[in-house]
Write a protein that binds this ligand. Structure first.
Ligand SMILES: *Cc1c(COP(=O)(O)O)cnc(C)c1O
Length: 432
């Protein structure tokens, strides 16, 4: 559908609010200081003091571990490399399987393949969009080594229950907390429940340094292995004559520049979160009066960090498709995401099982695969993707309470126009 002519009148808002620059004088001054020092990175890939990087890298690691409550922090250059590092730290490799949600950024599952292990996808809960613990046991096999939980949209997964199951079966738990800094369960920080938790400092996240990632853990052995993977660990273990920790490393080092930006951004996290939470609470309350739009449901004892705001659309109640609703909202100045992301197993990479070349490695290492990757294996996710989920991005700076009122005015305008939109949809079936 290219153009909506039926809503008529002036749009509630002329254009969507653009992304905002959250860099201030603090970040600028900190970057200038590093530039003047000339030490933009202080890592050396050999055993010794410089193996762990420069002063600002160490400072951001301490700031994150203090802020969220973990013993060790390891700074890397993205959440993607953090995930690869975390899986490698658990000594997961060829022939192993790792359970993971299919409703997450693709990197969560790619990290498993990058270690030559195979992802097995576990369906989600329809109210939280997070990995459903009740679905875990049906996918377990003797090859299962870990569960990766994404705290999706900023809501922690059911970590207490997932940990209980993982402990019973001797599995590692890795938390992908790229979207959930500052989210909590009973006061405990998301990203500190699992054996390892990862955070993102990518440009699009709640706080950022352009690119960057942090790993948190309480386990000294896992922390050491992360440090090895980050910085060409094969050299350090030779220097140290450490046969036990041999590992293939890479260069996932964070620069001093990115570290100081992240340090300043972390100080702003609580301020950003209070704005996000206030706007989200207002939106949740307003959506309660709409039957066909289900806002966020926060389980008791949980705190959300609202990376984005998911809304479930019920086309039976609205009488129009999700695509028509989204197009009408866009015309009113509030573009919405449709479906979030394709369930990961439906991506071509998994359908063709092609990671490197024509060998189907590492999938080929597994005799009787636990999972076919066929459509239908995770019906809840597929339903969210195809029919139900909408993503609103109005609960962040510089949006304000008036914008939430405007959002609801637009929703109401679409509701009033739904008969016309239905006719429009019928007449334009071929052009959609
Ligand atoms: C953004 C994101 C990542 C990747 O983060 P980068 O820092 O861009 O590598 C991983 N997982 C989830 C859930 C994300 O949202």
């Amino acid at each position: 559908m290219s153009k909506l002519t039926l809503l008529g009148g002036t749009p509630v808002r002329n254009a969507a609010i653009p992304w905002t620059n959250t860099m201030g004088e603090e970040e600028k001054a900190a970057v200038v200081k590093v530039m003047e020092s000339g030490t933009l990175s202080a890592f050396l890939a050999k055993a010794g003091a410089a193996f762990l990087g420069g002063p600002k890298v160490k400072e951001i690691e301490k700031d994150f571990s203090d802020r969220f409550g973990a013993k060790y922090g390891i700074a890397v250059n993205s959440a993607t490399t953090a995930l690869h590092t975390a899986v490698a730290a658990c000594e997961i490799g060829p022939g192993d399987e790792v359970l993971v949600t299919p409703y997450t950024m693709c990197a969560t599952a790619s990290a498993i393949l990058m270690n030559n292990a195979v992802p097995v996808f576990v369906d989600i809960c329809s109210d939280t969009y997070n990995l459903n613990p009740a679905e875990i046991e049906k996918w377990l096999s003797p090859r299962t080594k870990a569960i990766i939980v994404t705290n999706l949209f900023g809501l922690p997964g059911n970590l207490p229950e997932i940990l209980r199951i993982a402990r019973k079966h001797g599995l590692y738990v890795i938390e992908d907390n790229a979207q959930g800094p500052g989210a909590t369960i009973e006061g405990k920080q998301a990203g500190t429940f699992g054996d390892l938790g990862i955070f993102s400092l990518n440009y699009h996240k709640v706080i950022h340094s352009g690119e960057g990632g942090i790993i948190l853990t309480d386990n000294p052995k896992l922390a050491y292995r992360c440090q090895l993977v980050r910085n060409h660990g094969e050299l350090a273990v030779d220097d140290l004559n450490d046969d036990e920790s041999v590992v293939l490393g890479s260069n996932y080092r964070m620069t001093e520049l990115h570290a100081v930006i992240g340090i300043e951004q972390l100080k702003k996290l609580d301020g950003f979160l209070s704005i996000r939470r206030a706007l989200a609470d207002k939106l949740t309350a307003a959506l309660k009066s709409y039957n066909g739009l289900q806002g966020v449901v926060v389980p008791t004892g949980y705190e959300h960090s609202y990376y984005v705001y998911p809304i479930q659309f019920d086309k039976a109640i609205w009488g129009i498709t999700r695509a028509t609703f989204a197009a009408a909202m866009k015309a009113e100045g509030f573009p919405l995401g449709e479906g979030y992301v394709k369930p990961i197993y439906l991506m071509k990479l998994y359908q063709h099982k092609k990671v490197y070349n024509q060998t189907q490695y590492p999938f080929s290492l597994i005799d009787k695969p636990s999972q076919s990757y066929k459509k239908g294996i995770c019906p809840v996710v597929e339903n969210m993707y195809e029919d139900k989920l909408l993503i609103a991005d109005v609960c962040r700076v510089p949006y304000c309470e008036q914008d939430i009122d405007d959002f609801m005015t637009a929703v109401d305008k679409v509701w009033q126009s739904r008969q016309g939109l239905y006719e429009y949809e019928k007449n334009n079936l071929t052009s959609s």
